[in-house]
Design a protein around this ligand. Structure first.
Ligand code: AMP
Ligand code: TRP
Length: 345
């Protein structure tokens, strides 16, 4: 192995940290996805060497929910939203996971070194399998595919919302075990969680994390990035708070905390500034402020999205270029893992 292929020697001094992250095209992106993940990708994009993926193989783990024609369209929509949110296609690698076969192939190798018990312990698996009579092997194996995504690019940092931290820690464990068994092969990544917006809760139920799957069933659960203004208004103005009449900062209810958290994340105002502004005011005022801040955040994204959506051929060309660049890097790491195990041509 030449020195530049070893993960430990992978990053010369002063080089930008390597980043990988992804979002599933399993539903409409919402404010939680934006504040928890996408926004932090955009903010730090020029200081880092980024690979951003639309993880469509992760979106097929519940076959009952798969709509093949819809999935392809959704993958394009999610990619377009990356760019609409501000990701620069010239300075970042953006692609669709299934276009780079190395992800599935490395998953098999890692399956063989990952103890099954580690996967049964994952909170996301527990909650997604709860109440189902039967679940796919893929649903359990999902975090190994995620580990492959991350490890293929010798990733240093993985910017995600709070719910993904457990999967990134598992990725480190998977890499450490492989390195221990078969020699230094993978670089160990770290999760990066934003200071605000890492866990946006549902507007209709502030005890539960805003999620794409709940939003499919409940109209007032989430604000989606492409929702029209009237729908956003209805959702935010009907947000669940509590039976108090004024905004309280001490012992605030989950609903009020969520609204304040969204304001903090969208306007940058600190909790002290928000306390000055809202202490003693009614919930109507707070909701109006949240509505205004959310509309202001989403308007430029929606406008750019419309432009991108009007030229699907250009979007496909950008994604094909992204997949080519990703494949080149992924193939090198896969080969390293194959060599460590004694397989491959
Ligand atoms: P997913 O939609 O499950 O593919 O998630 C994509 C990214 O958004 C991941 O980094 C998640 O951690 C993040 N995310 C999803 N839902 C939320 C939420 N309610 N609050 C904050 N971050 C979230
Ligand atoms: N599991 C992540 C989620 O549900 C999506 C994902 C797949 C991901 N592969 C990844 C996130 C690699 C970060 C890095 O949100």
């Amino acid at each position: 192995m030449s020195p530049d292929q070893t993960p430990a020697a992978g990053q010369p001094d002063g080089a930008r940290p390597r980043v990988f992250s992804g979002i599933q095209p399993s539903g409409d992106l919402h404010l939680g996805t934006y504040l928890g993940a996408l926004r932090q990708w955009v903010e730090a994009q020029h200081e880092r060497d980024n690979v951003f993926c639309v993880v469509d193989l992760h979106a097929i783990t519940v076959p009952e929910d798969v709509d093949p024609a819809g999935l392809r369209a959704k993958s394009r929509e999610v990619a377009a939203l990356y760019f609409a949110a501000g990701i620069d296609p010239d300075d970042n690698v953006v692609f669709v996971q299934s276009h780079v076969r190395e992800h599935a192939e490395l998953t098999w190798l890692l399956n063989c070194t990952t103890p099954l018990g580690w996967l049964y312990r994952m909170t996301q698996f527990k909650s997604k399998s709860e109440g189902r009579e039967s679940v796919s092997t893929g649903l359990l194996d999902y975090p190994v595919l995620q580990a492959s995504d991350i490890l293929l690019y010798d990733t240093d940092l993985v910017p995600v919302g709070e719910d993904q931290v457990q999967h990134i820690e598992l990725t480190r464990d998977i890499a450490t075990r492989f390195n221990h068994l078969f020699g230094e092969t993978f670089r160990l990544p770290k999760a990066v969680v934003p200071k605000s917006g890492a866990r946006v809760m549902g507007f209709d139920d502030p005890e539960t994390k805003m999620s794409k799957s709940i939003a499919r069933e409940r109209d007032r659960h989430a604000v989606h990035l492409l929702d029209p203004e009237s729908k956003i208004k209805k959702t935010i103005m009907s947000a669940v708070t509590d039976s108090e009449r004024e905004v309280r900062f001490e012992h605030a209810s989950a609903g009020v905390k969520n609204l304040l958290g969204i304001l903090n994340a969208t306007t940058g105002e600190t909790y002290e500034q928000l306390a000055d502004r809202f202490d003693g005011k009614g919930y109507g005022d707070l909701k109006k402020a949240v509505l205004e801040a959310v509309l202001e955040t989403l308007a430029p994204i929606q406008a750019r999205y419309q432009e991108l959506a009007s030229d699907p051929a250009e979007l496909d060309a950008i994604l094909a270029r992204g997949a080519d660049r990703a494949r080149e890097r992924a193939a090198r790491t896969l080969e390293r893992a194959q060599r460590a195990l004694g397989v491959g041509a």
